[in-house]
Design a protein around this ligand. Sequence first.
Ligand code: NAD
Length: 348
Amino acid sequence: MFYKGFSPYEISMLKVAVNGYGTIGRRVARAVSLQDDMQVVGVIKARPDYIARMLTDRFRLYAPDQERLKVFEQNGLHVEGDLSNLLDEAEVVIDCTPEGQGEKNRPVYLKSGVRAVFQGGEESSIADASFNAYANYDQSSGKSMVRVVSCNTTGLARTLSPLRDSLGLKRVNATLVRRATDQNDSSKGPINAIEPSLGFPSHHAPDLRTVLGDIDVESVAIKVPTTLMHVHSVEALLEKPASREDILSEWSGFRRILEISGKDGRKSTAQVMDMAREMGRDRSDLYEIAVWKESVHVNGNTLRYIQAIHQESDVVPENVDALRSMFEVADRETSINRTDSKLEIGRK
Ligand code: NAD
């Protein structure tokens, strides 16, 4: 199979299409457009709503198919073409369509010879590799189909992979308190209930192994009525003994992990997201995983900590890095540094 842009020498500005312009797609499109080595050639929106009207100042708008293209035009919106037209322009597509739609789009991408990045709502079997920049950047090198793992799995992989590499991980036990839905969604719940995942383990444990390797992991997930963030309580059995200070010092070398403290008022996800708003980031996003310093506790070889995940944005830098790994245009450190610099990750 011939894939466009296969040789690193053919690439100047990587031409990226974004299919699906919802919570993840619009953030990924912006992050790609900020980079020096890639550009957004167009985005696909399914409906002619207010977001479609607002995006045409920033990106070229395409429709999923000819039928929906007509609906856009009937609503007075100029559309450049449909998915097949956009794929003609692109070397790679980042699929940010709702869970399950990526699987339907996969054969279309394959047929057009365009490489693809999928999101964590898809099964891992959709891609040649699952991706997290800290945990397994090189495993996506030269691949044509890659899946960035979900927001929760990204959160766990971020804080656990430095420990895997420095101290070794024997076993992980994670309890995930999940937000019910995102801030722009009024169709999902629960709004007055706590909903545990009933199968054991929850799907997060096997998903984490796709990027962290063959580690003994267990997970449970509990959905609660909030839209701000997820919170994880993690227990990890380390191979080598370490002090609490060793753990904090290890994490301090990774910009996408942010140490926070309840002592200065950041006691809950409400204040953590308020801090993100004060940081003045686009859409008040917090790309970093926030770990509460006070929660980090070591007893023998057992480490415990609590972290908060901004589900709408932690996967955004990962999508950018996944492209550089697939096209072999930068090593892990270079890619992460470039992405972080453009997204101002690590800026105090
Ligand atoms: P979303 O519903 O917010 O956005 C999806 C967008 O795709 C919407 O704009 C929708 O109108 C559009 N769409 C629907 N059908 C389409 C089609 N056939 N072609 C093109 N566009 C179409 O969803 P999301 O939250 O952005 O999730 C996208 C993916 O990212 C999923 O796999 C999800 O599991 C994953 N993800 C979501 C989050 C999160 O917290 N929202 C976090 C990490 C990963």
